[in-house]
Design a protein around this ligand. Structure first.
Ligand SMILES: Nc1ncnc2c1ncn2[C@@H]1O[C@H](COP(=O)(O)OP(=O)(O)OP(=O)(O)O)[C@@H](O)[C@H]1O
Length: 629
């Protein structure tokens, strides 16, 4: 981490001199007394306490025993004058001259809140945390929500708030800064959009009023769409910062109610076009841990500085919340509330997760093809570790009878948009992707995520597989691994077992390994000579590949049978829709049998097809058969 480059870094290496003003502001202040002692232990059982002291102590987070700790009121973030003032008016705060009955009622309310949070697996820390929402109607009764929002929620089909919405919405509506972590697909987008729109109340032309930052263009564009849906009926100006906007907009007169951007583009607008962010009242960092990674941190820093309005309310949302992000956030946020749904850094429980030993790169391709011909249902997302590998895998699958497409950072903005659009529309059944769409993208009904390349971190794993099993739906995730991934297997296995999936015992017995971006140099996906795309694959190569076939189904240490292995050993063809046929087209058994017979032929053809020849012989036969079928 670069030292002294930004005040975001200062949370870790606090430079007292440089931040003398801030320091003196915080220095004299002890963490405010929570005054909520003796709260029922009901909600305390799973509460993570953060101590606001030295950096090393900060890391020592204790799980306090249920009997001794209080749920709310433990100030994890620094107080500010503004937020302290706000908290006095907090709905949870008893009045000064509290008669004992009022005080009792206040405590009863806290207990009710605690019970409610326990029911929805919500864990909070911070001063005077507002009560969670019981339903969307409370937006009106408690916060005088404009009817258009309630109307739009009904139109969107949202009947009940999700747990993160129950807690984060009241926190933000109370003007508190917020730091939220909830599983993938659990409705975090609405959890920040709804309070932002409610707080903005009416459209205004006075500068830029709210900024939402997303790590990728795709996510920024998706969030813009969602924001417009929720704002329907109100003439808010909601703008996405695109290349065009950067090029042509007159930033000296630029105003909008909500501005959505990637950090890179917004920094460009700040630096080159002098966009004015000094009136921003709400700043949301979606996928905050990604935004706080080194590559984006400088840009975020510039933006956070440019949003200089002293009464700004900042919020951070993500499905993964590493300690370093908490440390950074604590250094910049004031009297924030920390909201965690479920357990921190766990995968969605609605995704059934599997590990498959593929032996080698060739094994992966074979395993993939085998899976396709057996039981996988589109839409399917396949993640690989680099754009080169994405292109290679696409090259391998493009000529099959699969509606496959690929997305990576080499594509233009329009191309990327089109790929996403086609996948959403069901025109693409299998989408090969790099991590560019691993975060935040909400594709409805992705049935299966395949980690063709082992993810480079546990959080990458959580976000990738979180493209499936969203909004309570079920999904499946298959992760291929090879020998070089085995040292990192346990990290993924931990995530799997934390979300209730079975993991073979030999994996949990592996040595713990700390990983830093596991991206090994992998053998090429395609065995075709790179510079000779037009010629046929030399026969030698295909011969060489055959013995490796066994490695797909051979587990490394005589243990942990994968689903594929079991299926193969039974020599049965499982039921399911082959992906080459129409998604819901069942009962194609005759064709499947023929394909089975031709499996040997199919294997030979993996890498023999010429790059630029649209259809190879076996494929022509296959497509003819498909047409006939
Ligand atoms: N209250 C609700 N009831 C039903 N569905 C909802 C509700 N809120 C959001 N959704 C839907 O849930 C899906 C996932 O929401 P969203 O994209 O906000 O998840 P997320 O928590 O941000 O996920 P990720 O961590 O992957 O970014 C969306 O399709 C959204 O429309």
């Amino acid at each position: 981490m670069e030292k002294g480059a930004s005040f975001l870094f200062a949370g870790i290496h606090f430079d007292k001199k440089r931040f003398a003003a801030d320091f003196s502001r915080f220095e004299g202040k002890k963490e405010s007394d929570n005054g909520i002692e003796g709260l029922s232990s009901i909600a305390n059982s799973d509460f993570e306490v953060i101590e606001d002291s030295t950096p090393s102590e900060k890391r020592k987070r204790k799980r306090k025993s249920a009997a001794t700790e209080s749920v709310e009121g433990f100030s994890v973030f620094r107080d500010s004058k503004l937020t302290v003032a706000a908290s006095v008016n907090e709905e949870n705060h008893p009045s000064e001259n509290d008669p004992s009955e009022e005080r009792k009622e206040f405590h009863r309310k806290l207990e009710r809140d605690a019970l409610y949070r326990k029911k929805y697996n919500i864990h909070v820390s911070g001063n005077n945390v507002p009560s969670p929402l019981q339903n969307f109607a409370e937006l009106s009764t408690r916060y005088e929500c404009d009817p258009y929002i309630l109307h739009n929620l009904v139109e969107l089909g949202f009947k009940e708030p999700t747990p993160i919405q129950r807690q984060a919405i009241p926190v933000l509506l109370s003007g508190r800064e917020c730091f939220a972590c909830a599983p993938t697909g659990s409705g975090k987008t609405l959890a920040f959009l709804c309070p932002v729109l409610m707080k903005l109340k009416d459209p205004s032309k006075e500068g830029i009023r709210a900024v939402i930052l997303c790590p990728t263009r795709e996510l920024a564009s998706q969030t813009t769409r969602e924001c417009k849906k929720l704002a329907k009926g109100k003439k808010f100006s909601i703008k996405l910062v695109t290349k065009e906007v950067i090029r042509h907009a007159d930033f000296s007169k630029f105003s909008c109610d909500v501005l959505i951007s990637t950090p890179l583009r917004l920094r460009l607008a700040i630096r080159k076009k002098k966009i004015d962010l000094s009136r921003v009242e709400h700043l949301v960092l979606d996928e905050s841990d990604k935004l706080f990674e080194l590559g984006l941190l400088k840009q975020i820093d510039t933006i956070v500085k440019a949003c200089s309005n002293p009464s700004i309310v900042r919020s951070l949302f993500s499905a993964t919340l590493p300690d370093f992000v908490e440390d950074l956030a604590r250094s910049v946020m004031h009297d924030a509330v920390r909201v965690i749904v479920g357990r921190k850094n766990t995968a969605s429980e609605t995704v059934k997760q599997k590990l498959v030993f593929a032996g080698s790169e060739e094994g992966k391709l074979l395993a993939l093809r085998q899976s396709f011909s057996e039981s996988l249902n589109p839409p399917v997302l396949i993640f690989v570790q680099s754009k080169e590998r994405a292109k290679d895998l696409y090259g391998e699958l493009a000529f099959e009878n699969i509606k496959v497409n690929v997305i990576h950072s080499d594509l233009s903005e329009i191309e990327r948009e089109n790929v996403v659009y086609d996948f959403r529309a069901g025109k693409t059944w299998v989408l090969i992707a790099t991590d560019v769409i691993a975060r935040g993208m909400d594709f409805k009904g992705v049935n299966c995520v395949i980690n063709y390349d082992f993810p480079d971190s546990a959080s990458a794993y959580i976000h990738r597989i979180g493209r499936s099993g969203r909004a309570g739906r079920s999904g499946e995730a298959i992760t291929f691994y090879t020998d070089e991934d085995i040292p990192f297997l346990r990290n993924i296995a931990n995530v799997m077992s934390a979300s209730g999936c079975e993991v073979p015992s030999w994996i949990t017995e592996l040595q713990k390994k700390k990983w830093k971006k596991h991206r090994p140099k992998r053998d090429s996906i395609s065995n075709k000579p790179k510079d000779d795309g037009d010629t046929e694959q030399p026969k030698k190569k295909s011969k060489k590949r055959r013995p490796k076939r066994d490695s797909i189904v051979t587990k490394p240490k005589g243990n942990g049978d994968s689903e594929l292995q079991k299926k193969k050993s039974k020599k049965q063809r499982p039921e399911g829709d082959p992906i080459r046929n129409k998604p819901k087209d069942k009962g194609d058994t005759e064709q499947q049998k023929q394909k089975l017979k031709k499996r040997k032929l199919k294997r030979d053809s993996i890498s023999t097809k010429p790059k630029d020849d649209g259809v190879s012989k076996p494929q022509k036969k296959k497509s003819k058969k498909a047409e006939e079928a």
